[in-house]
Design a binder for this molecule. Sequence first.
Ligand SMILES: [Fe+2]
Length: 298
Amino acid sequence: MKEANTLVEYGTVINANVMVEPPDVAELILDPGHPGENDLGYIERRKELFALCRKHRLERLGPPFITYNAEETRIWREVSPKLDELHRKHACAMYLKAKDDLAITQTEIPQLRTLSERVNRETNMHLVPAEGALPYRTFYEYIAERGFPVTQFIRHGSHPEFTPEPDMIHDCLGHVPPLMNQDYAELLTLIGKAAATTRKGDQVLALKRFSWFSIEFGLIEEQSETKVFGAGILSSTGEIPHSLFSKDVTRRPFVTETVITTDYDPSYMQKDFFIAPSLPFLRRELEALVRRFGIPVL
Ligand SMILES: [Fe+2]
């Protein structure tokens, strides 16, 4: 049996071939089987954060300041050192520098408002508070405006290394640090602009796959070593060694034509990985793809 993955992407589709846009829900709904589904205290806290983050998102107020409780801090202190040990060995240099520049520690949960201000000074990106998964078009529209939607809730404490949905650990330790890099920021923004502009399902699917195999699950060549830069890998203690060392996965050079025709399943540990030679390479490839598709965003 395949091991369950530790995350799903925002605005996800269960199968990459099925373009289902989740509804814009105004209330917290935990999926059946969620580790916190029978924990009333957890559900109450999630509802509180859901309402607060949704209000801040819709009213464009920026990330709210959150007073994290002892249990949330305990989970952060349990998971983040394990990830950090793996990051120091396997993350790409760009990520490690950004993580240090952002002063993300293993003891205190960072405030997204502070991270957003720092990222904004560096690359003119900013963080948008998200109550949970957003419809994919909404998600890409924020990115097109140089905003990255991020959650502020923490996974359930019964399974600190597992989350069935993107949470703050995934976002903060996976997605936020690379936003400090200009090439990465431009790559991401262009994906957002193109995906938010085209109305052709096959083009959206190609862009989602390009994003999945780079932003979410990308590997990168660095001084003849393979390093990690995808957020889905960086935020999972299982995916980091799995992506680099498992004999059950493919690791191929990033060839755009192959990437945009390769399916993925967010529900499980990934089985296909692509190694990009550099971030500028990915930018050039994406620009060429967007031009080929005739999407007027360049
Ligand atoms: Fe993600």
